[in-house]
Write a protein that binds this ligand. Structure first.
Ligand SMILES: [Zn+2]
Length: 193
């Protein structure tokens, strides 16, 4: 294992919330596994317009509030290809990926400890490419290629899976996955009491 981290759940709570912060933001409810809506395949964004700006702002607010390092629109029940990420310690380097496409993946892979805001409290190993190049539009609709490695590369792969309707626990054995499903459903029943 090259390195290990608690993905999407770094215990950081910085005041500096990065880009695009304003008073019109709203916290969005995060879908939790095994909600079927998490398995919806996201559609491409046709135009990075005011609606997408608002979505990005709300997703950033939601991600920072949950102490996450990444959030896909799928997780807030919006099935369009939008991802927000901030892997910085200072929580001030927001990255917005609209319509991301992997253009290169390293042949080298490593096992990585991951978690997910949609599967709270669960961490397990997933094999990921060490580095990826991803083409995406930013929050202004500008297209560029981002060369990512280590934590950022893993985060991008994890979030792009969400856009394809895939949650990281689906890489685990059916036995483990069923255990997690049971645990999640029990926690959700207890929460709703
Ligand atoms: Zn996730």
């Amino acid at each position: 294992m090259a390195f290990s981290f608690l993905y999407e759940s770094l215990a950081q709570n910085g005041e500096n919330r990065g880009l695009f912060i304003d008073s019109t933001m709203a916290l969005l409810p995060i879908l939790t596994y095994p909600d079927r809506r998490l398995h919806t395949v996201a559609k491409p964004v046709a135009a990075v317009d005011a609606r997408i700006h608002q979505l990005v702002q709300d997703m950033l607010e939601t991600m920072y509030d949950a102490n996450g390092i990444g959030l896909a629109a799928s997780q807030v029940d919006v099935h369009e290809r939008v991802i927000v990420i901030d892997v910085s310690q200072e929580r001030n380097q927001a990255l917005v990926l609209v319509n991301p496409e992997l253009v290169w993946t390293s042949p080298e892979t490593h096992l990585n400890e991951e978690g997910c805001l949609s599967v709270p409290g669960i961490y397990d190993g997933v094999t990921r490419h060490n580095a990826v190049h991803v083409r995406a539009q930013d929050h202004q609709g500008q297209s560029r290629v981002i060369e990512a490695q280590e934590l950022l590369a893993v985060c991008i792969q994890h979030e792009m899976d969400h856009l394809m309707g895939k949650v990281f626990v689906e890489y685990l054995s059916p036995l483990k996955r069923n255990r997690i499903k049971t645990k999640m459903l029990k926690a959700q029943r207890e929460d709703s009491r």
